[in-house]
Design a protein around this ligand. Structure first.
Ligand code: PTJ
Length: 248
């Protein structure tokens, strides 16, 4: 890492750190060709949100953690960007939830699958975590999706009732919802198809969400919401937040 990115007092430190993680992951063959473009789009929305966890995102995170805790078969579906940016935190989260993670990528190649599985196994042994890592041997397909991106495991994604999908694509999100699953989306773009399709969409940056979830999952406190969750209202709230910031 160069001096600027290594200095926590730099005003853009967090942003530089995430970019650096992606640069390293790119060199290690973990990422899709368009991973940086996806990240740049995320950064643009994060700028508009003020690079913070806004109140509606915090609320969605509370509902999401509650759904994951109550699930009978939760699973965390991880792609290249998710592993590169928040692999450690997401594996820790899976351990707390006592659920598997599954590598499920849009741009699927054997080389990337191997690199991503290797990266997760390395984190797991380094941190001494007890987490099942699925995806190496797909034995099922997500109905309604064409091509290699549909490959998944029966014991993971297919049998899951609640599934966390950071930075998902709209088609797959729609297919998972059509299977009757509770789909928790993390996406900084409140206007994306995934954001609109998700059962619970957290409009927040993935590394912040992973940390927030890790803190929440360790609380024994029972979440008792005053009203049922409304995803459309939550997305509208994120957009209102952006508008209010620029009217202030
Ligand atoms: O590893 P693969 O093959 O599964 O590919 C992963 C990417 C992300 C490249 C692929 O799914 C893709 O092309 O995604 P999209 O369609 O560009 O969508 C990515 C969405 O995630 C966009 O709406 C971004 O705003 C959002 N996003 C990007 N970075 C972050 C983010 N949301 C939260 N946190 C981020 N760090």
């Amino acid at each position: 890492m160069d001096d600027v990115a290594a200095d926590p007092s730099h005003p853009r430190y967090q942003s530089l750190l995430l970019r650096h993680r992606l640069e390293q992951a790119e060199q290690q063959g973990l990422l899709a060709g368009s991973a940086m473009i996806a990240h740049g789009r995320g950064e643009a929305y994060d700028y508009l949100l003020g690079e913070q966890t806004i109140a509606s995102a915090h609320l969605a995170t509370l509902y999401a953690v509650d759904a994951l805790k109550r699930a009978s078969r939760p699973v965390l579906s991880l792609n290249g960007n998710a592993v590169a940016l928040a692999g450690e935190a997401l594996l820790k989260l899976a351990e707390h939830l006592d659920c598997p993670v599954e590598i499920n990528i849009f741009y699927r190649t054997p080389e990337r699958m191997k690199a991503l599985l290797g990266r997760l196994e390395a984190i797991k042994s380094e941190l001494n975590l007890e987490v099942e890592i699925l995806g190496a041997e797909p034995n099922a397909r997500i109905p309604g999706l064409k091509g290699p991106r549909a490959k998944c495991t029966q014991e993971g994604i297919i049998d899951a009732d609640v599934i966390l999908v950071p930075l998902e694509d709209g088609d797959r999100c729609e297919a998972l919802v059509a299977m009757g699953k509770t789909v928790i989306v993390i996406d900084l773009n409140p206007l994306s198809r995934s954001a609109k399709m998700g059962s619970i969409t957290i409009v927040d940056e993935l590394t912040r969400v992973a940390q927030n979830m890790l803190e929440l999952v360790q609380h024994e406190q029972i979440f008792e919401p005053e009203s049922p969750y409304n995803n459309d209202e939550n997305l509208a709230e994120a957009l209102r937040h952006i508008v209010m910031r620029f009217n202030a």
